[in-house]
Design a protein around this ligand. Structure first.
Ligand code: ACO
Length: 350
């Protein structure tokens, strides 16, 4: 009988020593999905409302991006508030108490404060006493980066039950006079609950099958915020070379999924649900065309939510979950690209 177990010690931590089984008779420890949840601020801003403030039109925005409206956080409503509001339904759907969480990885580019991590505020507001909580920053691909970190920590036994969160208030870093960018984004948050457990080794076993991450910092200036603690001391505004981002998004997001499919010994026709980052309907359609994934297998929320950066994927997963579009055993493919450029993909057997 093949068995591999590790004892995890966290020096000086408040955790008791934990014995974790990593492998046993054709099964391995994986991160199993327990459920997800999302939150969108109450206030909806339509394209027509934007057109009263800047030189744009509903027709232009819809034609170029597919976006009809976006949700905008209320004054005083923070990234942490959105995150907490997304974590609560995620925990409810997962059927667990907040105190069972021992890891929070929160992806955001719009933290409440420069430090500490917004994840620590989420931890406190959820009343979680014993957990590791920190932020990751990979802009629009932040959720996949956070998922990768949480999945690796769970698979190694360093954590057992994780909240993986994407939460953003991009409305606070937009130049509302720049029609080329301000029409594209919205605010929101989504969260996924993962738990370590034994699962069949191989791609038919449930759990996170893989995460593939890529970064090319030579594109730093194609999509960035023109401020920050070490440059201007102010948080700054988003700047973007739209067409450059567009080209890379289509190619890199599709390629990241092809790489993941091949690495898992699967074929593109095995994908039951494609959940791409929601930036622009034309990007999503180009990717699904290239991958040969039928429209009914693609989750699309960009029209009603716009681009919520790190939150688009968990929000889209929540949308699919709540509409019964994801069933146990489904192969779900995620992909995103954002500033950096940083991009990546993940395959999850739900
Ligand atoms: N309303 C009306 N006209 C506009 C608007 C607007 N909101 N924005 C730009 N225009 C004008 C431009 O000024 C330009 O006018 P001109 O020809 O007189 O100079 C014209 O429309 C065309 O502008 P382009 O920038 O060339 O338009 P394009 O077809 O490239 O569309 C867009 C712009 C929608 C931003 C596109 O490049 C895009 O979607 N890029 C991807 C960027 C993206 O989604 N970024 C999100 C962050 S990264 C990510 O999540 C993947």
């Amino acid at each position: 009988m093949l068995m591999k177990a590790d004892t995890i010690h966290q020096a000086g931590s408040q955790y008791p020593e934990r014995h974790v089984l990593l492998e046993q008779e054709g099964a391995v420890r994986k991160s199993l999905v327990l459920g997800c949840g999302g939150y969108l601020p109450e206030r909806i801003v339509t394209n027509d409302e934007l057109a009263t403030r800047i030189d744009t039109s509903d027709a232009w925005i819809r034609k170029r991006t597919g976006i009809r409206q976006r949700h905008i956080a209320a004054e005083g409503e923070l990234t942490s508030d959105l995150a907490v509001a997304a974590c609560r339904p995620a925990l409810e759907r997962a059927g667990i108490d907040a105190e069972e969480i021992d890891l929070i990885v929160l992806a955001t580019s719009t933290p409440d404060n420069t430090f500490p991590a917004t994840a620590t505020k989420v931890q406190a507001q959820l009343g979680i006493k014993r957990a590791i909580a920190f932020d990751v920053q990979a802009v629009c691909s932040g959720f996949i980066y956070a998922l990768s970190v949480a999945d690796n920590m769970i698979r190694l036994g360093q954590a057992q039950t994780a909240l993986v969160v994407g939460a953003e208030v991009f409305s606070r870093i937009l130049d509302w006079e720049d029609r080329g960018t301000c029409v594209l984004f919205g605010d929101g948050a989504g969260a996924l609950v993962l738990r370590g457990g034994m699962s069949d080794a191989g791609s038919s076993g449930r759990g996170v099958l893989s995460t593939h991450l890529f970064t090319d910092g030579s594109h730093y200036d194609s999509l960035y915020v023109d401020g920050g603690p070490s440059t201007t001391g102010k948080s700054g505004y988003l700047r973007m070379a739209g067409q450059e981002v567009y080209r890379h998004a289509v190619h890199n997001m599709a390629e990241a999924i092809e790489i993941a499919i091949e690495a898992n010994g699967l074929s593109l026709s095995d994908i039951d649900l494609l959940v791409p980052h929601q930036a622009n309907i034309r990007i999503i359609e180009s990717i699904s065309r290239r991958l040969g994934v039928d429209n009914e297998k693609v989750v699309i929320t960009v029209g009603s939510q716009a681009n919520t950066s790190a939150a688009t994927i968990p929000l889209a997963l929540t949308n699919a979950q709540n509409n019964d579009r994801i069933q146990p055993g489904h192969l779900v493919a995620l992909s995103a690209l954002g500033g950096g450029f940083a991009w990546g993909s993940s395959l999850i057997r739900w």
